[in-house]
Structures are given as C-alpha cells and as structure tokens.
Design a binder for this molecule. Structure first.
Ligand SMILES: Cc1ncc(COP(=O)(O)O)c(C=O)c1O
Length: 405
C-alpha cells in the first residue's frame, strides 16, 4: 500500500477553507485533529437510520445501535491489539480514563504509597494523582527530562521502589514529541511489583500500538486527536485488573442488581460505563479507527516525519529560534520559541498567514518550568498536511520573525 496526501485531503472538507484570506494551514492536530467524511457520515448514518439507547432495549433499533456501539469497541480493541473487547472501556477521553484509574485504583492506596510520573506529563496525567496525594497521602515522584527532551530512564528506574504502586507515563510527549521506551518501563515497573499506566493520546495517532507486546496494564487515549469525535475516548485495562477495580461512577447499566439495601456490579467493561454513553461518538470513533487502519500506517508515519524534517531543514542555522525537544526518534511535533517574542504573539502573527499553531503551556506546566519557559509555540503535523504547508509555515515564521528581530 502507499499513501497519497492529496487523496486524503479530499476527505477533509475543512481543509478547503480560507483563514484571513489565505488557505488554511492546520498545524494544531496534536490539540485536536480534523475529521474525515467517513466519521461524519458514520455518525449521521447512525442518527438517521439506527439510533436508540444501547444495552437496554429489546426492539430492533436498540439492538442495531448496540451492535454498532459494540463494533466500535472491537475497533478500539483491534487498534491497540487488546486480547479482548471487554478490556476496552469507553470514556469521555484520556482525561476521564486517567481519572477513572486514579479514582478506582486509588481506593486501595495507603499513605506513603508511591506513584512515579515524569516531568513531561500532560496535566491529565498529573492532576488526578495529586488528588490522591491530597486525599490518601500518596507520594508523587517525577522522573526528570534530559536537555534534549529524552526521558531520563535510568533516573526513572531509580525512583521505582518497593512502595511504588503505579508508574504513569506518556507514550509520546505532546510538547517534545519524545517517544518513551514503554516496554522497558513496563519491565522496570513490573519487576518492582508496580502497575503501569500509559497515556497514549499522541502516540496512538502516529504509530502502531500493541498493548500486549508492550505489556502495559492500562492504556488511554482520546478520540478527537485520532480523527474521531470529541467526547469519546478509551481506557484499556488488563482483564484481571479491571475485574478487581471498583466502579468509578454509579448509575444505570453498571450494575448487576440493586436493592434498597445494597448493590452488586456488572462485569467490566460495563461496570465502568455508568449511564447512557456517548453512543454516536463511539460509533464515530470506530469509523475513525477503521478509516485509519485502512491506510498504510508506516507510509503515514514516514509522511508525517518528512514534514517535520522539512521544517528542520529549512530552519537549520536559525539562531533566533529554540526548539524544545530534539530526542532521537521523536514524533512530528515542532515546539519552539522565537527569541524576544512571546509564543502567543508568534501564534497570532502566524494566524494572519492562515497558519494555525498552538501556543501556551500545552497543559504541561511542570515541563515548561523544567525548560525555563512559560510557553512555547507548537506546530504539530498530521497525515493530511503537505510539504507545501510545511513550507508555508516556515515562510510565515520567517515573516513574523521580522517583527521581533
Ligand atoms: C499527551 C496528552 N495526554 C492527555 C491529553 C488530554 O486529552 P483530553 O483532553 O482529550 O482528555 C492530551 C491532550 O492534549 C495529551 O496531548
């Protein structure tokens, strides 16, 4: 199989629009990716032809919708090669998935138990653990990041000890694009009797993920970064672990039986899906995954990498700019600061040229502090971006540069 970016672009209507009189150059896919027609149509089709609540009804529409919802779960299973679809819990997104694990698993933690994180985590993989620090007296330990953006894996290993109950790390940093050695970290965590949760929000978009080969205990991601809808994401958990976790929220569909005196819970994954789920969004996520899996993912990754390399090559020798994160094997994200300019100003000036980049702390304040900055600008590449867009970004950046030089 091969990969033709123009064919792909035709499937994303929004990419045709103009911004400030220029063709849109959308380089903010790490925050949220645009959606192909296949996703819109799957959601519209379900709404128009087979919509009802799931897992409740006995009528035809209810059964058809339930089948579509469960097919989407199977698509998620296939995407990350989980052993069983019952190991996939639909959540609102990665944030809810991590909160679910922290809240449910956290009930077994004792004061002095330790959670090992890294300095490069998104707030979604920090704040839920701070809740446990406050409520249960657990201790948070943060593995350092090296100057080039690599995780200090040896230091991480030293932080993992007999009191470590959970290691929670990102698979790919949303700022540095560093890809962490998850299988190695899993071995270190398990050798110490700890569990491992991996935040796969960015990685799952750009590379194949096999949760069994990586031997992770929990893996989370969001649908909207994966060309799917907002309001849906997934938590993978090993069957035996999910079976032991108490529920996160109570309500319909997560019970086995309810009496006035007591309640017993359904088996996973339904135990963790209280209330009416995001049905259409799950179907949309399934469509996004099926669509993505229909592409040559190695060719997609090579294409995205070429975009990043083009930007690097064009900016080679630009001593007025500092890139954050240059780890070997990093993903296609270019985070940077321009000397003498605030990242917000850079982003606003780029917008005048139709170029959409993110600027700010990227929900990673500890990482920003580590690098001694309050913000950075970030151009993140997706499969629908072209080399011409990489050039348009650099051209616009060179023009904005004149405002600050
Ligand atoms: C690495 C990483 N983790 C977690 C999140 C949170 O994702 P969401 O807001 O979709 O729950 C993001 C989103 O930017 C992210 O990039």
């Amino acid at each position: 199989m091969s990969f033709d970016v123009e064919t792909i672009r035709a499937e994303f209507p929004i990419l045709q629009r103009q911004v400030n009189g220029r063709p849109l150059v959308y380089l903010d896919s790490a925050a949220s990716a645009q959606k192909p027609v296949a996703v819109m149509e799957a959601m519209t089709h379900a709404t128009r032809t087979a919509y009802a609540n799931v897992h409740r009804g006995l009528h035809t529409l209810a059964n058809e919708t339930t089948d579509a919802y469960e097919r989407a779960r199977e698509s998620v299973r296939g995407l990350i090669n989980a052993a069983s679809a019952s190991e996939i819990v639909f959540t609102k997104g990665a944030t809810e998935a991590i909160n679910l694990v922290a809240s449910s698993f956290g009930q077994s933690l004792l004061p002095g138990d330790e959670i090992v994180l890294t300095q490069m985590e998104h707030h979604a993989n920090i704040v839920p653990w701070h809740f446990l620090r406050r409520s249960r007296g657990v201790v948070l330990r943060f593995a350092p990041v090296l100057d080039d953006g690599r995780l200090d894996v040896a230091a991480l290993g030293e932080l993992i000890g007999p009191r470590t109950r959970m290691v929670a790390v990102t698979h790919m940093s949303n700022v540095l694009a560093t890809v962490n050695p998850i299988a190695e970290i899993a071995a270190m965590a398990h050798a110490a009797g700890s569990l491992l949760l991996v935040d796969g929000c960015q990685a799952v978009v750009h590379q194949r993920v096999d949760v069994q080969a990586l031997d992770v205990d929990f893996y989370v991601f969001s649908g909207h970064k994966l060309y799917g809808p907002t309001g849906i994401g997934a938590l993978y958990g090993k069957a035996a672990l999910l079976a032991d976790l108490p529920p996160y929220q109570g309500g319909g569909e997560m019970i086995e039986s309810v009496t006035l005196e007591d309640v017993t819970y359904a088996d996973p994954p339904h135990r963790f899906e209280a209330g009416t789920p995001a049905i259409l969004e799950a179907i949309g996520l399934g469509a996004a995954i099926d669509w993505l899996q229909g592409l040559d993912r190695d060719a997609v990754a090579a294409h995205e990498h070429a975009l990043y390399e083009r930007v690097k090559e064009r900016l080679n020798g630009a001593n007025w700019l500092t890139e954050m994160g240059t780890a070997p094997g990093k993903g296609a994200i270019f985070s940077f600061n321009v000397d003498g300019a605030h990242a917000h100003d850079v982003a606003q000036l780029l917008d005048r040229y139709g170029v959409a980049v993110r600027a700010g702390s990227h929900c990673a304040e500890p990482l920003m502090r580590r690098f001694g900055v309050s913000a950075s600008a970030r151009a993140s590449f997706a499969l629908y971006n072209t080399l011409a867009e990489a050039d348009a970004f650099v051209d616009a950046l060179l023009k904005t540069r004149t405002f600050f030089a």
